[in-house]
Design a protein around this ligand. Structure first.
Ligand SMILES: NC(=O)c1ccc[n+]([C@@H]2O[C@H](COP(=O)([O-])OP(=O)(O)OC[C@H]3O[C@@H](n4cnc5c(N)ncnc54)[C@H](OP(=O)(O)O)[C@@H]3O)[C@@H](O)[C@H]2O)c1
Length: 256
């Protein structure tokens, strides 16, 4: 059997590192992508086993040219991934006018443009081989507007909508796109987003390893969408039947 590779973005910590761990256990060689060289090195050490090949690539995926650079580097190594995990993403907490625009644009580029570009660049290679799995990491934030994290929620709505149509278009040709929607998960995400979760959030936190395992299972089962956790499944179903104003009033209490 030929050597199988997985590219995981945001693989230096949190959900991405756990996705990489699950893929390594399933025998995939890994390309780990993130910005911090030292965190990538720690991830590589943590995942290393005798037969596993691990390549680390340091890139800021929020820069417009980064996705093409990543593909150039994997091409140069002769790597065509069977799996792409588009996980790298950040949040940005605060009222819109009071949050610096560059931070918001960086989030928008990372959470959407980079994910779209990598889906296009690697997805076409997968289609040529009639085989490939893409896991897009969105969020339960995708299912309703979220005051004080409005643009973040909007980026994740885009990911859900985009992934589902991508999956529909190419599943018959052997390439699937599964969108994973985690709810609150214990990672550095909230620190990076400058948001201190209250008691309500903390009680609902899942661990990154459980979220990753469920997400990777859903991807290999070629599921269209997977919401992690029973409570989160209920929370994402509910907004269809409730006025948006009511949802936003309730959200404000936990997000402010
Ligand atoms: N934690 C939650 O509650 C939660 C809930 C729903 C969805 N999610 C989603 O899950 C995904 C992973 O988040 P997480 O919770 O695991 O957060 P995390 O622990 O902060 O991990 C984020 C990862 O992305 C990398 N990253 C950040 N900015 C990057 C950039 N510009 N270019 C390349 N890599 C970058 C980070 O490494 P470097 O800093 O070294 O670049 C790190 O490896 C995100 O898409 C997030 O929106 C998280």
């Amino acid at each position: 059997m030929s050597v199988q590779w997985a590219v995981v973005t945001g693989a230096s910590g949190g959900i991405g590192l756990e996705c990489a761990r699950v893929l390594a256990q399933r025998g995939y060689n890994l390309v780990l992508v993130a910005r911090s060289a030292s965190n990538l090195e720690s991830a590589q050490k943590a995942l290393a086993t005798p037969n596993l090949k691990i390549v680390t690539i340091r890139l800021n995926l929020a820069s417009p040219e980064a996705p093409a650079k990543l593909v150039e580097q994997t091409d140069a190594l002769g790597i065509i991934p069977d799996v792409l995990v588009n996980n790298a993403g950040v949040g940005c907490h605060g009222k819109f006018f009071d949050t610096p625009l560059p931070e918001q644009i960086t989030m928008l580029r990372l959470n959407t443009e980079a994910l779209i570009a990598l889906s296009h660049l690697y997805g076409k290679k997968m289609r040529e081989r009639k085989h490939g799995y893409i896991l897009q990491v969105a969020s339960t934030a995708a299912f309703q507007p979220i005051p004080y994290m409005g643009l973040y929620a909007a980026t994740k709505s885009l990911v859900v909508s985009f992934s589902r149509s991508l999956n529909f278009e190419y599943q018959a040709q052997g390439v699937t796109s599964t969108v994973l929607c985690p709810g609150p998960t214990a990672t550095k995400f909230f620190d990076e987003a400058k948001f201190t979760p209250g008691k309500e959030f903390s009680q609902l936190m899942m661990t990154a390893d459980v979220v990753a395992r469920k997400g990777i299972d859903a991807m290999f089962a070629r599921r269209d969408i997977y919401v992690a956790g029973t409570f989160n499944k209920i929370v994402t179903f509910f907004p269809r039947f409730v006025p948006v104003k009511f949802i936003m009033n309730s959200m404000e209490k936990v997000m402010k």
